[in-house]
Design a protein around this ligand. Structure first.
Ligand SMILES: Cc1cc2nc3c(=O)[nH]c(=O)nc-3n(C[C@H](O)[C@H](O)[C@H](O)COP(=O)(O)OP(=O)(O)OC[C@H]3O[C@@H](n4cnc5c(N)ncnc54)[C@H](O)[C@@H]3O)c2cc1C
Length: 377
């Protein structure tokens, strides 16, 4: 009976591909994805520096990842989930470059469509492969030309973007990081934030605090792009390139609002990562679409492993699911340029060299092979 079951996985990134590998290794399942390619977005902060990361390393064809499995075991559908009916157990997929919508039925559904930035930036895969590649190239070429770059948002992504820019151009361009509050990395201990600011200073990154962006105007000056960034304080800042890193929202628009948190629009899940309120508990969610306890790839990995095991247990072995466990300790690691970093394991600070070794040296690029081969699952 096992081969008659269908699991649809929505999203082909860190969460979705992990679940797909884990299930395909144990025979079943069918992924439905928006992109033809797997995107190692964690290295996007360095990929905007010209010449640092080859396209073919940061973006890998998803069919390459699934090709080792017998073709009758899976179907790779490229398209965007646009609506879902958790009672009828169907999802509608908008196929690319056409008006066609395909309706898929499933026994179990895994939501792994993550989150996106609301602006035109390459920090996540918000579009199809070609558009993402064009965006990466355009951003890198604007970075190369710009004399003054403003990075807005001083969370982990903003710190990493500013660090990469400072490392490469700190002596030749002006790099400004805008923090809306009193510190970079809001929510972290003050001493940790101060250490991060010191690392950025070493790369000549200018950190401007209490600088919440109100409005941004883009002007074309003799064919060259210029930006005026208006702050809530009333100050206007001019630059040649504006790179926002704030404003991540979950890709949950295709899900009925009753399954979503009213404020954050993340999917509501129980301890098993079942989406709450679904008849028969046939819908699961992992990764940034859940963002619980926070959005992070180690958390996504743990959730993907747990959901794959539970789907297998429930669907094929008629067993009860077990509660999902997170990583034993919360680790935060931020590369600050290609030579240093800041991090903590729980509340214990990690040395800069250790963070560089574990993260900043490669930004995890070696893991792309593990996601493609399936050894990650
Ligand atoms: C610059 C950067 C650096 C990071 N560094 C770290 C780090 O060092 N450590 C850490 O723990 N975390 C880090 N993260 C967080 C990490 O990237 C995320 O937690 C992880 O990507 C979540 O994976 P996901 O599969 O849930 O979602 P996503 O990576 O958001 O992928 C979702 C996928 O679903 C697709 N999709 C979206 N909507 C639809 C739809 N309607 N239909 C079909 N497909 C759809 C998207 O195109 C995408 O392919 C970083 C994030 C950023 C932005």
């Amino acid at each position: 009976m096992a081969d008659t079951k269908t699991v649809v996985i929505l999203g082909g990134s860190l969460g979705g591909l992990h679940v797909a590998h884990a299930l395909l290794k144990k025979h079943q399942q069918y992924p439905k994805l928006r992109n033809t390619h797997f995107y190692w977005n964690i290295a996007s902060v360095r990929a905007i520096i010209p010449g640092q990361i080859p396209d073919a390393k940061i973006l890998r064809d998803l069919s390459e990842a699934l090709q080792p499995y017998p073709s009758k075991m899976y179907e790779l559908v490229i398209g965007e989930a646009i609506s879902s009916d958790f009672t009828a157990k169907t999802v509608k997929i908008q196929l690319p470059n056409s008006e066609d919508v395909r309706k898929l039925t499933y026994d179990h559904l895994v939501l792994a469509t993550g989150a996106r930035y609301t602006n035109d930036t390459p920090w996540k895969a918000n579009s199809d492969y070609q558009s993402l590649l064009t965006l990466l190239h355009d951003t890198a070429s604007k970075v190369e030309k710009a004399k003054h770059i403003i990075v807005a948002g001083a969370g982990a992504t903003g710190v990493e973007v500013a660090g990469e820019l400072g490392y490469e151009y700190g002596k030749t361009k002006t790099i400004t990081l805008l923090a809306s509050g009193n510190h970079v990395l809001p929510g972290e201990q003050e001493s940790f934030s101060s250490a991060t600011e010191n690392e950025l200073k070493k790369l000549n990154v200018h950190v401007q605090k209490l600088a919440r962006v109100k409005d941004v105007t883009r002007i074309l000056d003799e064919g060259e792009e210029k930006y005026t960034v208006k702050l809530e304080s009333g100050q206007d800042l001019d630059c040649d390139l504006y790179l926002p890193t704030q404003g991540m929202v979950p890709n949950s628009d295709y899900i009925n609002a009753k399954h979503l948190d009213g404020k954050t629009k993340t999917v509501l899940v129980d301890e098993f990562l079942h989406v709450t309120g679904v008849p028969g508990s046939t819908v699961w969610a992992v990764g940034d679409i859940v963002s619980k306890p926070r959005a992070g790839f180690m958390i996504t990995q743990k959730q993907a492993a747990s959901v794959a095991k539970n789907v297998e247990a429930v669907l094929l072995q008629n067993k009860q699911p077990v509660p999902a466990k997170g990583p034993p300790v919360d680790i935060l690691a931020c590369a600050v340029g290609r030579g240093r970093g800041v991090g903590r394991m729980g509340s214990i600070r990690l040395p800069s060299f250790g963070v560089w070794l574990a993260k900043g040296r490669t930004l995890g690029m070696q893991m792309v092979d593990q996601y493609i081969s399936g050894s990650v699952a």
